[in-house]
Design a protein around this ligand. Structure first.
Ligand code: SF4
Length: 325
């Protein structure tokens, strides 16, 4: 049984212009201990999918209108915010893009991590503080015993993200969702944070759902990849298969847009951007949502929505190319 099994998830937002179908029928599953990357451009629905898991979206205007989110066999969709509090941090940790939005500026980081530990585990204040210092050491915060009494603003961006990782992992969750955890950081720090996340995953054996728009991050981190476009999953495959044999035209475009530093000048090809822009998801047109940007589009593409189908073991895509049905 998958650790997390999302089926037919639809998360919509009410706006003045109409209903925005941000996530529209998404299926994603994550196995225990695996790293799954969810990739796509801004506005593809990857963050809304991740936030929907723990109902971290503002409701209203957002609403989960259909689907189920099974975590260890239990559907999270009908749970109240209070019931989800038992699962947040303890079972599912969350790492945000910008830690300052999720760390409390008026509490020391020690108080915040210890509070989370005490909410979920029967530990004394002293034990919680000791565990917090241990976690800060693990994520390589220098002088952890002293820094535990510092406030979030006293840390650099990279150090704050280390604190966020310590906080997300303090209760040893089975799944960690990391939403663009390195986007706000310098390039050198980005690599350190990804390495740290990988180290922590190996140490604690948790599953990681990494949300990113960067294919380079996917190549280095993922075991399996889900590609999203305009609120839908368009392709899913093990990482080597996805990069070696991308089948959906959108995935092919994403891969062609990655700079290749491993090739010499004679073999380098021009980077290609995907022309056009992502559609507005209010009253989207029928058929394939990628059709306006797709060089292979056929008449069926604007008439009928392609279904996500298995094209090889573990490899699924939603495209009419080669579709016999
Ligand atoms: Fe392109 Fe048609 Fe496939 Fe959509 S279904 S990606 S428009 S070929």
């Amino acid at each position: 049984m998958a650790l997390l099994d999302i089926k037919g998830l639809k998360t919509h937002f009410t706006t003045d212009a109409g209903i925005l179908q941000a996530v529209d029928g998404v299926d994603i599953s994550i196995n225990r201990g695996e790293t799954l990357c969810v990739v796509g451009e801004s506005g593809c629905g990857k963050t809304v999918t991740a936030m929907s898991i723990l109902k971290l979206i503002a409701m209203p205007p957002g609403k989960i209108v259909a689907g189920e989110i099974m975590f260890e066999g239990r559907d999270l969709v009908p749970l109240t915010s209070h019931e989800l509090d038992d699962i947040r941090a303890k079972e599912i940790g969350f790492i945000f893009q910008e830690p300052m939005t999720s760390l409390n500026p008026v509490l020391t980081i020690g108080e915040q991590i210890a509070e989370s530990l005490r909410r979920h585990e029967a530990v004394t204040k002293k034990q919680a503080l000791e565990r917090t210092v241990d976690m800060l050491k693990l994520v390589q915060i220098p002088n952890a015993a002293g820094r535990v009494h510092h406030y979030p603003h006293q840390f650099s961006g990279g150090m704050r993200q280390r604190v966020m990782i310590a906080m997300a992992l303090a209760c040893r969750p089975k799944l960690v969702i990391a939403d663009e955890p390195t986007t706000a950081l310098d390039v050198t720090i980005q690599a350190q944070i990804l390495d740290l996340l990988q180290d922590m995953k190996e140490r604690f054996g948790m599953a990681v759902m990494l949300i990113t728009h960067a294919m380079g991050v996917v190549a280095e981190t993922a075991q399996r990849v889900v590609v999203m476009y305009a609120g839908k999953v368009v392709e899913e495959a093990p990482v080597d298969e996805l990069f070696g044999n991308p089948r959906h035209p959108y995935t092919q475009g994403l891969i062609r847009s990655i700079p290749r530093i491993d090739l010499d000048a004679a073999h380098k090809t021009r980077l290609e951007a995907i022309g056009g822009s992502v559609p507005i998801l209010i009253n989207p047109t029928p058929g394939c949502r990628f059709a306006p940007r797709c060089k292979y589009a056929m008449s069926i593409c604007t008439e009928r929505e392609p279904r996500l189908r298995e094209i090889a073991p573990g490899h699924r895509m939603a495209c009419h190319l080669g579709d016999a049905s």
